[in-house]
Design a protein around this ligand. Structure first.
Ligand code: SDX
Length: 429
């Protein structure tokens, strides 16, 4: 707590506690506002409303800063890997050697899913979107752990965490194989998280997959950069669903559905589809910028803009650098990368984008790297979900451990009809 603020309503003064966070974020605590004054606050899109206190991720949208448990993402992308970063987010500290080995072994040892679950895939059309499959399968995982579903028992939750992290990766790869009409490739417990994923995606019974360390490193970097982002739409969904004491699998499945939206994680698929259309129809970049500025066009420059970043999304900077390095090293020429760079340059020199502080976000370049890995466009949001999973888990655990245990239930301002009588059918117009 850091003192008191004051609000005057109907000429009456109300004192409200003021909170200042470790990075100087200031908040007025309105917990008692309605009971004291009868007023609630209204904040469409929650742009000004803090839902909780959290110690997991810090973002400074003006300076373009993003840190997980205080560590800059640039350092983690360079020096860590996804499994270690997942441990950091979930348990709050970087693991020591023993902890890291134990965590890795847990993930490797629990990579397989129940044989019965593999049959679920056969019910889907090959055209089913993998996000639909992922959310359904993750929720269905709860059926296999009936004795570990109490969200308020840390032992039960800890039993689930490595299993969910590892199995969601396996489910993602299996959904791709099924969409191709190929047999699933079982995980190998002697492979690390990312190598296992790429092998399960691209190996076939007819030929082994040659693990490419450059692709493994690039995948680790992408997953690290997507691992958390404080109270974004899908993480807030996981917290809200979790606040009803729904189990971990159900809460994460809800987060997957929220992430699917094109305004959120679905944007990475939309970016590449936009770039492919520009390339196919040879639409001039300045025409794209014009459409993006025209409210009546119904077109938005996907991968641009952000609720919090009013400067470069630091993740976009790292991804763009890795994109250049990886494609150059592999000798890959992707015309979509050139179009993306041209679009970025055109938009960032245009007053419409500059005035609104619209910069490339995490989704603008990520798809180009996924394409270089051979990952199909409709799997891009699944990749985002795999990356975001440790962040969702960390917030869900933090909410149960440090929250006040109350179910999330926002208020509203009612603007509908005031009381009126029921009208019998023969009197209706
Ligand atoms: C993610 O919250 C997170 O942290 C999310 C995320 C995470 O890691 O979890 O970072 C991941 O979701 C990244 C965002 C991916 N989405 C997109 O790239 C879709 C395109 N972007 C936009 O739809 C939009 O920028 C949002 C949804 C990202 C942010 O929307 P806001 O904050 O509600 O902003 P807004 O819609 O009120 O826009 C403000 C102005 C408007 O113009 P005016 O009404 O002021 O004239 O900017 C314009 C908008 O029309 N605008 C755009 C634009 N984004 C905003 N105009 C053209 N193209 C765009 N992309």
């Amino acid at each position: 707590m850091s003192g008191m603020g004051e609000i005057i309503l109907d000429g009456k003064s109300y004192k409200l506690p003021v909170l200042v966070g470790t990075e100087k974020e200031k908040a007025v605590d309105i917990t008692k506002l309605r009971q004291d004054s009868g007023y609630i606050t209204l904040d469409s899109g929650y742009g000004n409303t803090g839902a909780c206190k959290s110690a997991i991720t810090f973002i400074d949208g003006d300076l373009g800063i993003l840190r997980y448990r205080g560590i800059p993402i640039e350092e983690l992308a360079d020096k860590s890997d996804f499994v270690e970063t997942s441990y950091l987010l979930i348990y709050g500290q970087l693991p020591n050697r023993t902890q890291r080995e134990e965590f890795r072994n847990l993930l490797s040892g629990h990579a397989m899913i129940h044989e019965g679950m593999i049959k679920f895939f056969d019910g889907y059309p090959t055209t089913a979107h993998p996000m639909a499959i992922l959310s359904a399968m993750v929720c269905s995982l709860s059926s296999y752990y009936p004795e570990h579903l109490d969200p308020n028992d840390p032992t039960q939750v800890n039993h689930l965490v490595p299993r969910l992290l590892s199995k969601m990766r396996t489910i993602a790869a299996y959904s791709y194989k099924k969409s191709k009409g190929q047999p699933v490739i079982y995980p190998k417990s002697d492979l690390d998280y990312c190598s296992n994923f790429l092998r399960m995606m691209f190996a076939t019974p007819a030929e082994e997959y040659q693990i490419d360390p450059d692709m493994v490193k690039a995948l680790n970097v992408l997953l690290i950069l997507h691992a958390d982002h404080e109270q974004n739409c899908s993480t807030s969904t996981v917290r809200l669903v979790g606040s009803s004491d729904a189990n971990l699998f159900a809460s994460i499945a809800a987060g997957i559905c929220a992430l699917w939206g094109p305004k959120h994680g679905g944007a990475n698929q939309e970016v590449v589809e936009m770039l492919e259309l520009i390339e196919k129809e040879k639409v001039p970049v300045k025409e794209i910028v014009r459409r993006a500025k025209d409210k009546n066009s119904g077109f938005r420059l996907m991968g641009f803009g952000h609720r919090v970043y009013k400067n470069f999304d630091p993740r976009a900077k790292v991804i763009k650098t890795y994109c250049d390095k990886l494609l150059a090293k592999k000798g890959i020429k992707d015309p979509l990368l050139d179009i993306a760079k041209e679009l970025e340059e055109a938009a960032l020199s245009d007053d419409f984008f500059k005035e609104r502080k619209l910069y490339p976000n995490v989704d603008f370049y990520s798809g180009v790297i996924y394409r270089a890995m051979g990952i199909p466009t409709d799997m891009f949001t699944v990749m985002f979900a795999l990356g975001r999973l440790p962040g969702w888990i960390a917030h869900w655990i933090e909410m149960h451990r440090d929250g006040d245990g109350r179910i999330g239930r926002p208020r509203q301002v009612y603007v509908g009809d005031t009381q009126r009588p029921y009208i019998p059918m023969d009197q209706r117009k």
